[in-house]
Design a protein around this ligand. Structure first.
Ligand code: NDP
Length: 256
């Protein structure tokens, strides 16, 4: 079991959307710190590649194909992780999508799919792992927000609502489960180079340059920028930290 502040030996982590992007960056960090990893996503080929990479680095890793908007599938996923990896200590609610349209053009099906994927999934997964965390006398939940947890934009009504909601959901769970020694925190990524933002860069003229100009670190984030925050929030180093929303954004959110 854990011997140092950042040691995750013997711990088991579930990462939704852990097969690519920010989720994979976090999975790499948690695996290096000693955790076994359950990669949760829909694309089985992508998940298999992520599992192979993590295993090659020496980690125990499995893929659990799951649509995180499906309550029954999420329950089955949590059961399978306990059955195959023995316990659940860490949950990263990272799966997310965006549909970029102004509010007057977004239809209800699009609204629902963004809210269900980005927000309802965090509720379903957190609720599904709670009994295992309680049984383990504690746990760590890391929810992925966004700069849209803080700011607004004309083309992100559902996405911003989901990401604002994730911060409030984080605070509620932090209050509810502190007595169970479960810490719940949110991470708010700035602009990160992933599949999600590749299309935005192609479709929104000048976006790439505007992000660079506004980011004090003067670069887009990479997925490996999320390894450290994942380990910190999953490890004993953060045991007195709960309910926070931490920007990992190269300073984007503090630039005046
Ligand atoms: P990616 O598109 O690379 O990753 C999104 C992941 O979510 C994929 O692995 C996908 O896996 C998974 N996913 C989507 N829908 C579902 C579903 N219904 N069930 C299970 N898994 C699902 O994007 P990012 O890495 O950029 O995004 C990760 C998170 O970070 C998201 O919550 C996003 O909102 C947030 N974020 C990203 C920022 C950025 O600049 N990139 C900025 C701020 C926040 P699969 O296709 O296999 O289902």
């Amino acid at each position: 079991m854990a011997t140092t502040l950042f040691d995750l030996s013997g711990k088991v982590a579930i990462i939704t959307g852990g097969n690519g992007g920010i989720g994979l960056g976090m999975a790499r960090g948690l695996a290096k710190a000693g955790a076994a990893i359950a990669v949760v996503g829909r694309n089985e080929a992508k998940s298999a590649a992520a599992v192979a990479e993590l295993a090659q680095g020496g980690a125990r890793a499995i893929s659990v194909a799951t649509d995180v908007t499906d309550k029954a599938a999420v329950a089955t996923m949590a059961e399978r992780v306990v059955r195959e990896l023995g316990r659940i200590d860490i949950l990263v609610n990272n799966a997310g999508i965006n549909i970029r349209k102004p509010p007057h053009a977004l239809d209800i099906a699009e609204w629902d799919s963004v809210i269900q994927t980005n927000l309802t999934s965090a509720f379903l997964c957190s609720q599904a792992v709670y009994p295992a965390m309680k049984a383990a006398s504690g746990g760590k939940i890391i929810n992925i927000g966004s700069m849209m947890s803080i700011f607004g934009a004309s083309f992100t009504p559902a996405y911003a609502a989901s990401k604002g909601g994730i911060v409030q959901f984080t605070r509620s769970c932090a209050c509810a489960w502190a007595a169970d020694n479960i810490q719940v925190n949110a991470v708010l990524p700035g602009w990160i180079d992933t599949d999600l933002t590749k299309r935005a860069r192609q479709e929104i003229g000048g976006l790439h340059e505007r992000v660079l100009a506004r980011t004090p670190a003067a670069r887009w984030g990479g997925i490996d920028d999320f390894a450290g925050i994942a380990v910190f929030l999953a490890s004993p180093a953060s045991d007195f930290l709960t309910g926070t929303a931490i920007p990992v954004d190269g300073g984007y959110s503090i630039m005046g």
